[in-house]
Design a protein around this ligand. Structure first.
Ligand code: CA
Length: 424
């Protein structure tokens, strides 16, 4: 539901929050965790313009009427576990404190501000579980065409079930964390036997991560409406993948080591509430999903996304893909509903990867696997280099934002640089 915090004309007394191209205007107010030059104890904060509001300091000062201990934490799980009334109350109060309608308290609130360029952003959530889905019809069709059979690219279950697998929570890392090239079992088509070595087909997957804020009890499935309400917010997510490992190991139980080595997320959790003005219907679903999965209300989000690459020798970053989150076939709410449908308990801090987000055009694909068609068509870069897959020293950056009238709700970025494999 829209309220005063979504008003596009709302402006902050903090001028950097009012630039049309800032990711963090007063309408956004995303949550993260940080340390700073002054304070090496992690605190929960909210991004505003080029600053962070230290919510612990603000609550301690009495300006924010919320228990400060919720913010004296190394992650936002304790805050998320309070439930959606608390999420809304905190957002509304912050919006009031930061808006030009409240200049009286400006000086006092300013004492809780920390410039982002002096802060270190940490992994914002304690990731309780990580499940990765496969919800872009375009992506699933492309991968099915390459790995299996162009005539039957989509498996018979794909249009009925949000397909997913349980990934590794332990290797979800915050943006800026270097990623070591993994080694694994490889069996090129030309070899009879597998060998063990560094992946030759290291890839990215452009995804969004939905973060479960409110839990459901074991044995208590969620409706789609309940699932949607339980999602606290979203981050950018790069589901790093080793394609040569994947193609050898994935049958019959799905991905394992090919995706277990690293998953990068952006540091700011953009709340579902902030995204409300950009909530849209997804594509029409044929055949109609079974009743427990039927999504009546809009459940997709109009988020413009892009992937940039910067190689070891180049001084500039270059965009290699641009797409949008809105065309995903299965919504995050449908995925969470399906996840809980067996009675599976979903916990505060569970992370659901959307699946690679690919559009229908050549420049809107969310992985190098698709952009180069499994390495067959190398991607030319502006400095004369080309890429089939990710090479050592490459830095990959995901960015995303919702474009409003005169402002945007940004996600910041999810950045990862590739280090060479360990010597075997
Ligand atoms: Ca994935």
């Amino acid at each position: 539901m829209l309220n005063a915090t979504h008003d596009p004309s709302l402006i902050s007394w903090l001028t950097s929050a009012n630039n049309a191209d800032t990711d963090f205007p007063i309408q956004n107010l995303p949550f993260g965790v940080f340390t700073s030059a002054q304070n090496n104890q992690p605190h929960v904060g909210v991004a505003i313009g080029s600053d962070i509001v230290d919510l612990y300091v603000l609550a301690e000062s009495g300006l924010l009427d919320i228990d400060p201990s919720l913010f004296d934490e190394a992650n936002i799980n304790k805050f998320m576990a309070q439930g959606s009334d608390m999420w809304t109350r905190c957002r509304q109060h912050l919006s009031q404190l930061l808006s030009t309608q409240n200049l009286v308290l400006q000086q006092k609130v300013s004492l809780a501000l920390v410039p982002q360029n002096t802060a270190t952003l940490l992994l914002p959530i304690k990731v309780e579980g990580y499940t990765d889905f496969y919800a872009s019809k375009e992506h699933a069709t492309n991968v099915g065409t390459m790995f299996r059979d162009p005539k039957n690219a989509l498996m018979p279950n794909w249009l009925h079930i949000p397909i997913g697998y349980n990934g590794r929570a332990s290797t979800v890392v915050v943006s800026g964390t270097d990623v070591r090239r993994p080694s694994g079992q490889l069996k090129p088509a030309t070899n009879n036997k597998p060998h063990f070595g560094p992946t030759q087909k290291l890839d990215i997957e452009l995804e969004m991560g939905a973060i479960v804020g409110a839990p459901n009890e074991m044995g208590t499935p969620l409706t789609v409406e309940q699932a949607q309400a339980n999602i606290f917010g979203f981050v950018l997510l790069n589901d790093w993948s080793a394609r040569d490992v994947q193609v050898w190991e994935y049958q019959p139980l799905g991905p394992f080591q090919a995706k277990a080595f690293a998953t990068t997320i952006s540091p700011w959790v953009v709340t579902q509430e902030a995204l409300q003005p950009f909530c849209v219907h997804g594509p029409e679903q044929h055949p109609k999903p079974l009743a427990y999965l039927a999504q009546i209300q809009p459940g997709n989000y109009d988020v413009e996304l892009q992937v940039d690459i910067q190689t070891q020798v180049s001084s500039l970053s270059q965009t290699i893909s641009q797409t949008n989150f809105r065309a995903m076939y299965w919504s995050s709410a449908q995925q969470l509903t399906h996840h809980s449908s067996s009675g599976c308990a979903m916990q505060t801090g569970d992370l659901l990867g959307s699946g690679t987000i690919s559009g229908s055009t050549k420049d809107s694909l969310g992985s190098l696997l698709e952009l180069t068609w499994n390495g067959q068509n190398p991607l030319p870069l502006a400095n004369g280099e080309e890429r089939r897959f990710v090479e050592d020293g490459d830095t990959l950056t995901l960015q995303g934002h919702c474009q409003g009238q005169g402002y945007r709700i940004g996600f910041g970025s999810a950045v990862g640089k590739i280090l060479p494999a360990h010597r075997l």
